[in-house]
Design a protein around this ligand. Sequence first.
Ligand SMILES: [Zn+2]
Length: 259
Amino acid sequence: MPELLEVELYRRQAEAVVGRTIAEVDAPDGWFVKGGEPGELVAALAGRTVAGVRRRGKLLVLDLDDGARLGLRFGMTGRLLVDGAASIERLEYSSSRDVAVWDRFALRFTDGSDLRVRDPRRLGGVVLDPDEERLGADALSLTPAELDAALGSSTAPLKARLMDQARIAGIGNLLADEMLWRAGLDPARPAGGLSPDDRAALHAAIGEVLADLGERGGSHTGDVRQAAALDGLCPRDGTPLIRRTVGGRTTVSCPAHQR
Ligand SMILES: [Zn+2]
């Protein structure tokens, strides 16, 4: 968290600042500015007008009127606030308290409005001209051919490959568990070993999960994670779910129907 669905909400919210001109940049936390000095970032942004807002995977990009780009990353706990309001009041794993010291970065516009990144654990960051080419195809528009290319003939765990942002951008831990649960695939099996039917099921599950969980309100609303927190039984077949580490992340899956 935040994964693609949350950052997509941030993107929609950030549309409000398109056309606004940056009067002042507040970058009090040098750690939060990546790939350069805070002073350089402030100088590059001041006086510029926001020309557009885009999302690629979990990266939010503000396009500026001089061609420069500002990339915002939200880590595990980052939230976007536009004019003081958040599109997501509370993230899983994040505090619901609002503490101004958690504002790691802010743009103040000439009309008095602002855009802020609030991040208790400061695992996110801002970067001038992010290298977007390092990100794979966006999960929301992923084609079967792009999924095939991302899986390749890799012996890496399937879940690790799904979460590799250089191959598919936007899928995090919670979305990956739900996608694999719905597709009936073991998260730990080698990514390159999927049959054409397996791949078709996974491609369908990726689209369904993004649509369903987007409607439900976020990455944490998947069936398998909610069941794990409730009674620990697979909602499909009643088998006790298992919890283990796959690809370095805590993973919930069903040993019966996920093969
Ligand atoms: Zn099951």
